[in-house]
Design a binder for this molecule. Structure first.
Ligand SMILES: NC(=O)c1ccc[n+]([C@@H]2O[C@H](COP(=O)([O-])OP(=O)(O)OC[C@H]3O[C@@H](n4cnc5c(N)ncnc54)[C@H](OP(=O)(O)O)[C@@H]3O)[C@@H](O)[C@H]2O)c1
Length: 257
């Protein structure tokens, strides 16, 4: 018998995956990939019409998808999600992002608060609310952190602080719920071409495009595939974290432009 013979991916039949921030980018791609892998997916974000369009695409491809209006900064929205979904096998904490690139001298507190609210407290709220269901299902919590939660850069302090904070939450969570049989994994991407920079620069398309100009970026689908892989590993296998960058960003190297 081969040593890897029992290493097959988990059966997803009847299992439920909740994805926050599923209206664009990594979350959208992850919802589609989890549905293609057999999960019934629950898509959450503020822009419900975009969620409906993604869910429609999933159903057209033969998958199962439901939509929930979810602002992760709203206790009421999070409570409604938990009430509507008594079964949760996979939680993907993906909702998040950055606002601005001001230096610390020019820091805008409102932007720092937004980043902390969404990336840290948003992840806390949704995770806490779904933990009873995740315990019952012996599920997995996958959080989309960032290399910004491991390295710092000039102009990044607010986002660096938020993603470092989110990572601290995830690392404590892993220790607290392992005994309940819940796996906890963080995926830390480098540069991924999504609406991330458009949001960061308040809709300034030229500034956002410059981030990806002349360099190689990951696609949202690259991260989605990794999330599906980690989610469907046998229950005994816990990946603590995976740092994933485009080849020209390896080791924090400055890309050649
Ligand atoms: N792109 C990158 O280079 C990169 C690198 C490392 C990590 N990340 C992380 O990856 C995650 C996804 O970002 P992305 O790159 O896919 O960017 P994106 O395309 O801008 O997606 C961000 C998602 O977060 C959702 N969101 C924002 N605020 C929310 C709130 N209050 N409640 C619920 N959902 C909210 C957005 O949906 P609504 O606006 O509809 O609510 C959207 O679906 C983020 O956590 C980001 O920090 C991105």
């Amino acid at each position: 018998m081969s040593a890897t013979q029992d290493n097959k991916q988990q059966d997803t039949n009847g299992k439920v995956a909740v994805v926050t921030g599923a209206s664009s980018g990594i979350g959208e791609a992850t919802a589609k990939a989890l549905a293609a892998a057999g999960f019934r997916v629950v898509l959450g974000a503020r822009r419900v019409e975009r969620l409906e369009a993604v869910a429609e695409e999933i159903r057209a491809a033969g998958g199962q998808a439901g939509v929930v209006k979810l602002d992760v900064t709203s206790d009421a929205d999070v409570a409604a999600l938990a009430a509507a979904e008594p079964r949760v096998d996979v939680l993907v904490n993906n909702a998040g992002g950055a606002k601005g690139m001001e230096s610390i001298e020019g820091a805008v507190e409102e932007k720092w608060r937004w980043m902390y609210e969404v990336n840290v407290l948003g992840t806390l709220r949704v995770t806490r609310a779904l933990l009873p269901a995740l315990k019952a299902a012996q599920g997995i919590v996958l959080t989309v952190g960032s290399i910004a939660g491991r390295q710092v850069y000039v102009g990044g302090a607010g986002y660096n602080a938020a993603k470092h904070g989110e990572r601290a939450l995830v690392e404590v969570l892993r220790q607290e719920v392992a005994a309940d049989g819940i796996r906890v994994t963080e995926i830390d991407p480098g540069r991924v071409h999504t609406d991330f920079s458009l949001v960061r620069f308040d809709g300034d398309e030229a500034k956002a495009a410059a981030v990806y100009d002349g360099v190689e970026s990951l696609t949202a689908g690259d991260i989605a595939d990794i999330i599906v892989f980690a989610a469907t590993l046998p229950h005994r296998v816990n990946i603590d974290f995976l740092q994933v960058t485009p080849i020209d960003q390896v080791g924090g190297a400055k890309p050649k432009k």
